[in-house]
Ligand binder design. Sequence first.
Ligand code: PLP
Length: 442
Amino acid sequence: MHDDLDRLPGLLSRHAAGLLATLDDRPAAVPAGAPRPRRPLPDPAGLDGALAEFAERWEPGFSGSAGPRYLGFVTGGVTPASLAGDWLTGLLDQNPTSRLDSSAPDLERETAGWLAEILGLPSHTGLFVSGATMSNTTGLAIAREWLGEHAGISVADEGVAALGKITVLSAEPHSSVYKALSMLGIGRKQLRTFPSLPGREAADIAALDEALTALDGRPAIVVANAGTVNTVDFDDLEAISALRERHPFWLHVDAAFGAFAALSPAHADLVTALDDADSVCVDLHKWLNVPYDSAVQFTRRPDLQLRVFQNSAPYLGAPSADPLHLTPENSRRLRALPAWFTLRAYGRDGHRAIVERNIAQAHRLGELLQNTPGWRLLAPVRLNVVCFAHETRTPEEIIKAAAAEVFVTPTTLWDTPGLRAAFSNWRTSDDDVERAYQALLQ
Ligand SMILES: *Cc1c(COP(=O)(O)O)cnc(C)c1O
């Protein structure tokens, strides 16, 4: 092992430099096919041997998800500075749970503060979690505690049963919201959807008003969307927020990738009211272009958050503002470091350029497809996602035929099967849009 340590810089730079240089040329997707037989643990090979075996047996089967034509799901790339930050995260191996031994929690707070600045969330404090699913879960856990505050109990102490029936309202909830409700003991069935505007995925505010009125003053949780995954539609956050004058509810906004609209002056009005929310979910491994796993949970009520997540023990100290007492995990990596690096290196302007370029690329692909016989858009391009279909070819056929060159993912929009191409990688060039388009036509 000590041997390996001496040779580590050389080994890593050779291997990683090779990979970095060929990232753009990797196949976009490499469908895994039948599961590979699992090999028993062989005799130790040393780092050299492990790298050689990885390169031969596993790397060829990995997707080009960090590359420029992987347009599946909503998948961010990795900026050079964030990659450096990620490597240093592993190298320095800080556990930012408390300030007893390290200022790492301060770096996390600074990074969340920078994000709050550029995303327009001055009333919020943020902490790092592993992804938007965990951010939604954490936000809804704080919402649950808020319901307890209304009922004069602590749900964290008494359990969710003490609350009785809980109502959660959302027009187009992301699937992870159901998962969060399951984990939180609220239950998937307590989520009630209400109508969207005609031909849109954005909430019909009058329908929400009606649903809240029917609750007769009983406090509820409203999950609003700032960027749905199929059509990237935004709820009118200002109008929803204004409903709180007449109805008591906690407003959680799932802004996993849509929050980054704030960086583009032409689209920032979609999220100007984001700060009014009680909790906000923002993913970073999507449009900030940091490696997996990174997201922030923002809230205006860290006091309720502390009630839920406090983890005191004589050896860990009393509940405080340290991440240990505010997030689901105890020990965790210093997730903030890759985000700190990319924000410090490229700033608001650099990240604004990524967002604006990706939006223009989505519009360009949308235009190309719309003007090609046989293809049609299932919805207008609103931000960075194109939702489309072909007259005769099935989504599965198209995905398979194009996979080496471009990766897109299937969906169903208003009962019509189709495809999504999501632009959120800084490496994607205008040339890649052309290549992606040509590949889809094959
Ligand atoms: C991606 C996404 C999620 C889930 O994010 P993970 O990082 O995969 O946990 C939740 N909500 C929205 C709107 C998303 O786009």
